[in-house]
Design a binder for this molecule. Sequence first.
Ligand code: ATP
Length: 510
Amino acid sequence: MANQEEAFKKVVSHAKEYGYIFPSSEIYDGLAAVYDYGQLGVELKNNIKQYWWKSMVQYHENIVGIDSAIFMHPSIWKASGHVDAFNDPLIDNKDSKKRYRADVLIEDHIAKIEDKIKKEVEKAQKRFGDAFNREQFVSTNPRVLEHQAKIDEITRRYSECMNANDLAGLRQLIIDLEIACPISGTRNWTEVRQFNLMFATKMGSVSEGSDTIYLRPETAQGIFVNFLNVQKSGRMKVPFGIAQIGKAFRNEIVARQFIFRMREFEQMEMQFFVRPGEELKWFEYWKAERLKWHLSMGIPAEKYRYHDHEKLAHYANAATDIEFEFPFGFKELEGIHSRTDFDLTRHSEFSGKKLQYFDSELNENYTPYVIETSIGVDRTFLAVFSHALKEETLEDGSVRSVLGLPAVLAPYKAAVLPLVKKDGLPEKAREIFDMLKFDFMLQYDEKDAIGRRYRRQDAIGTPYCITVDNDTLSDNSVTVRERDTMSQERIPIENLKTYLHQHIQPISVQ
Ligand code: ATP
């Protein structure tokens, strides 16, 4: 745990030190759970967005993108259910005055018991070695069974309370489980209250009368209300998808995990419209497809897992999360939901406009069903960044920080470095820089000894360093150093462009 916390602190401080992420309004002591992306952060973030956009919109002829406004007609949030049901149950500890999500307190408690089971399994695995049969062990070991029975009982009570919106029951469960506040250590809890997560603001000047509108809490609704516009103007045929990247806002109760849970964040969502009855087939398709996308970034498969939902939102008939192992454990990175015809039907009811599709093959009108894939840009950033950050001890005993970002996502693809700041080397280096800059995002650096410059590029994740030395002037070749292996190769300048194109792999999702 202490190690995890240390690792996470390093991620946060590295992100700040190298211009990836700054706390918002820092000179005014910050604004809780709001962050700014710095000069390198914006590049990584844009590359992530482009990587997703290409895999969705460019690689699928039946998916198109839109960019809808953040402000939308207030009735949209009535229709979608957000005004009435986009709530989190909150509870305060009276001694520490800290606020928690009641559901998260209970889920964390369950996770602790799960951890105990995991430890029992690990212990047994060590004892029995190759002969260990995990399934048999977890289904017969009395201690594991006791823990599992506790989990099942808590989950049963928890689901009952959540489904029945029984806030007193949730509080009672917290009391019965003897959950204490991590800050004060006491169990002196307030009642549980529902808290709506939408930010409201006013549109129009007060004298003209004003209307409450909301900052959108998800980008999906902008897609649903444009369903007909896109379908008709783009002559789209079911099945087809609409993708969107954009800001979303949620007044999160507990936002303490850096960019994992922010009040202003960005989503990449795609709504895929299908024939009624075919939705579960497409759900399985997108579930597999989305995991492939994550794996295409080169992060090992064991860092990801599916978490199928047992308790489904009112609009869904199947749902799963792709969870990632962040420095603070496995948590949701992306949601894949089979949203049925809920949204289009509700918007038809509330707007009075028929949101249907005429399927010429079936000669039939219907309301399409929807599979949604919804992923946070910032959480993807955190996943990629935290996984990439490593400290390596080198042969000479020195330590280097390396940000092993996939080359396709790295802010700078290469740094151009004259070995020394004289003898015509800077001029030659600038020539190379100018030759490559239209194809690649590059950095030019001539300050400090070459070793320190390499370290700095390692720390910001630049996959290649191109060094110009005295021989370059005569042989027209440069030394290319690779970030992860630190191996060096001599390359003719005229081959550099091809070399970089080949090594900075284009996106491959299949
Ligand atoms: P959580 O259970 O963690 O609050 P959620 O289930 O409410 O997430 P969704 O409504 O499914 O999240 O949103 C889709 C995606 O948007 C999430 O998988 C996540 O990547 C991202 N996301 C949601 N809330 C936030 C937030 N407050 N900050 C950053 N990203 C977020």
